[in-house]
Design a protein around this ligand. Sequence first.
Ligand code: ROI
Length: 161
Amino acid sequence: MAQVYVALGANLADPISQLDNACKALLSLAAADSFSVSPYYRSAPMGDVEQPDYVNAVAGFKTSLSPIDLLDALQSIENQQGRLRELRWGPRTLDLDLLLYDDQCIDSPRLVVPHYGMRERSFVLVPLSDIAADLILPDGTALSSLLNDALRAELVIAQTP
Ligand code: ROI
């Protein structure tokens, strides 16, 4: 079993319901009693494209799926929820990013783990630390050392689990 963390993000078509539905689907990938999810946070869109605010969260669970099988499962959940994404940095109904897969570093054409943007993104670091405060990244960095009050201030809680 691998311990994995997945970032959830949505800013179209009732984002809170999108995240609720995604959590139900993720639960079906998780080993019994291993699933946890952070509060949902509202965050301003990162990037230059004008678009609605996002709702973001992070889920953690144990799974027997390999990294690529997990990626396939995440993409199929995105597609089942009618993922819309016309622009590279544009709005989306649901984004599921594999952040961490145990301590593995993966650099393949389809999958890069740890996720490339996670160290800078408040909407990943804050919810991740809600469910895994003591986490150490594969390169030895403590998650807590990447967090600060300015990053926390970028987010507002939209819903608690
Ligand atoms: N901005 C926020 N706040 N949350 C996201 O999940 C998110 N996802 C993206 C881009 C467009 C980079 N901006 C985001 O893909």
